[in-house]
Unconditional design. Structure first.
Lengths: 388, 388
């Protein structure tokens, strides 16, 4: 374990957003409360409170973005390649924050949380939460728990990028810089289709029981299939060819049966499915994929240009050439709409055949771009402060 | 109903390939017999027997390629856009033949057929069948039932294209021309992955019972999910955008629930899944996707160039630019290997954003190319005959 690893021992903390009657009125019309928010912070807030970076996690992420919970922890947080001392999102320079989304299952209130009305897990009585609701809760947390009036940067990939966009629209004064990665202003029919098939796999598991499985056998088979579908869409033809090709799994020839996997790629997918169900709740998967499908800045604001009319942030939009789930043209649409509003927006398409999930793995090009952007942002926000 | 439709009333016929002890020794080492073959023919065989066109069907197809079984039939055969009087595969000129694959569930022997050893459906006691086995049965049928020594053309798309390639390799003297469409010499890791996730959806359905569900409730939920996964891969980002976009399904706004579909694309997929389970057997889906995954001309022959060393056919290879399941580069590999053997091989990539399944829908470019190729083949085969 290196020195820098030893420094990053973190703890998940919890904050309660609202007690009744201060319930959050959600976009769907229902109310939710109380709301707990699980979060982690890394590094120190500067005296001027101008170095906070909020990281928004993707579909199956959590607040544990980097470091380890103890020295014995086998695996670090989900974006440890990017976040830590001396890394692009440098915790020796920036005060880094990540919260678990509401609707999730990693400490923030979600369908597996206890419904105060009956003392049982919500299950499908949990109200539908949208990206805007999720961001409202994050905002309340940032203001009221952390006491911050401004964020140097809000950054996130995939579903996290949708939250970044929503943050910059809903709280323009608070977001100095926005860095949405591999994301879209609205999900395509193709991406909705994959989400829906994943949900159908969960619905089809008899252990799902209409969502009412807590304390019983959970719908692990259905959730595993959903995860396998998702996982294929996060990779690409090229990356799967390079990773697995047609390699066989620990056997000299075909099995000619339906037992153990013939191909490495089959074994990998089965493993991904099995591992996922140990760490994720099926109902949360349903709620968050729905929030993703519902996200649509065009229909919310009339046009994408109108969506960005009030923003004040500087943007860096990043996409990847090999991402066929949230393809680059969807990032370009965002850039064009920002530029039509004369907003400072840079765009970078990184050449990579890896697929959608490439932002989660080690990638020097991405690291350089993020390092430089945050550097410039910090110079910029301090320049702005001096002028005041 | 037009005149040409009225002409094409067809009947599925049956032929028994082998009685014990003439059982077919399969590639997996097991034996199978007796084997029934369901088939349909259209048009008339010429006196010289030089106008027979064999069509090989894809994963979920059957022998009923065109026309109707009765005037009351609502839907015609699966490639009725291409096959019929005056159509590109012109049944007034060609004697068109299609057989249901072994392993299938539309009349040819498959896992739902009765196992003569115990009088019960085979289920997973059905031996694993490969593309080579399927083609051997087709070959026996063509020779022994139809009495043909030569086929003007063997044609098929997707999994059908694999059979076309295998035909031209295993029976070079019999195949005057080969027309594989939107196919590959071996499935990519990406395509294997999607097949495997579909199988996992079936395995996960408790009604599957290890394949032993005949006479009971079949695993319709799992099979429907498998079909939905497949269906998404047969379309494309572009075609799904054009077909559905983010259009809502018979509702003014989001439902904010997990009930009826919000989006048209969800409704479409659910319908595709529900319709499919009425016409297809889950075990056949397992067997045929396995045969597809196992197909690999490179590993069978050492290299793709070696695979085509003995071929005698002229080839037309067709791919589609928007096909991301069996992308054009995979067709180009076939063309290069054929040309390395100095085989007459033309290649055409048709511009289309539709996706893999585009060969099944009306497409003037494809129609023209097939019309002309078959024309030329007929001229060619007759020229050859005259020289003899």
């Amino acid at each position: 374990m290196s020195d820098s690893d030893r420094e990053l021992i973190v703890e998940t903390q919890y904050w309660r957003f609202a007690e009744p009657p201060d319930r959050l009125k959600l976009r769907c019309g229902e109310e939710l409360g109380p709301i707990d928010v699980a979060y982690e912070t890394y590094g120190e807030l500067s005296e001027r409170k101008d170095n906070a970076v909020l990281i928004c996690h993707a579909l199956t992420g959590d607040a544990h973005v980097a470091g380890r919970h103890s020295a014995q922890d086998e695996k670090p947080g989900w974006w440890d390649v990017m976040v830590g001392p001396g890394k692009p999102i440098d915790t020796s320079r920036y005060f880094v924050v990540c919260t678990n989304l509401i609707g999730g299952c990693k400490g923030s209130t979600g369908p597996s949380s206890i419904n105060p009305e009956n003392g049982k897990p919500y299950a499908l009585d949990f109200p539908m939460v949208t990206v805007r609701d999720m961001v409202r809760v994050q905002h309340a947390f940032v203001r009221n728990c952390l006491g911050l009036e401004r964020l140097l940067c809000v950054i996130g990939g995939s579903f996290g990028g949708m939250q970044v966009l929503q943050w910059s629209i809903d709280y323009p004064e608070m977001v100095y810089a926005a860095l949405p990665i591999a994301t879209t202003s609205r999900l395509s029919a193709l991406a909705i289709a994959f989400d829906e098939v994943g949900r159908q796999a969960i619905y089809s598991d008899p252990n799902w029981r209409g969502g009412d499985y807590y304390g019983r056998k959970p719908p692990h088979r259905g959730l595993a299939v959903a995860r396998m579908i998702g996982h294929v869409t996060y990779l690409s033809d090229q990356s799967m060819h390079e990773k697995f090709g047609r390699g066989l799994q620990d056997r000299p020839g075909f099995g000619y049966d339906f037992g153990p996997p013939d191909f490495q790629v089959e074994s990998y997918l089965r493993h991904q499915g099995d591992a996922f169900v140990q760490r994720f709740d099926a109902n949360s998967y349903l709620y968050i994929t729905k929030a993703m499908d519902y996200f649509d800045l065009v229909s919310d604001y009339g046009t994408l240009i109108k969506a960005f009319e009030q923003v004040r942030s500087r943007y860096l939009i990043i996409s990847f050439s090999g991402d066929w789930l949230f393809p680059s043209y969807q990032s370009r649409e965002i850039v064009r709409a920002l530029q039509a509003n004369a907003v400072l927006a840079s765009f970078c398409e990184i050449e990579s055949g890896y697929g959608h999930d490439v932002f989660l793995v080690k990638n020097p090009a991405l690291e350089n771009i993020i390092t430089n952007f945050l550097n410039n942002c910090q110079d910029g926000i301090r320049g702005v402060s001096q002028c005041r």
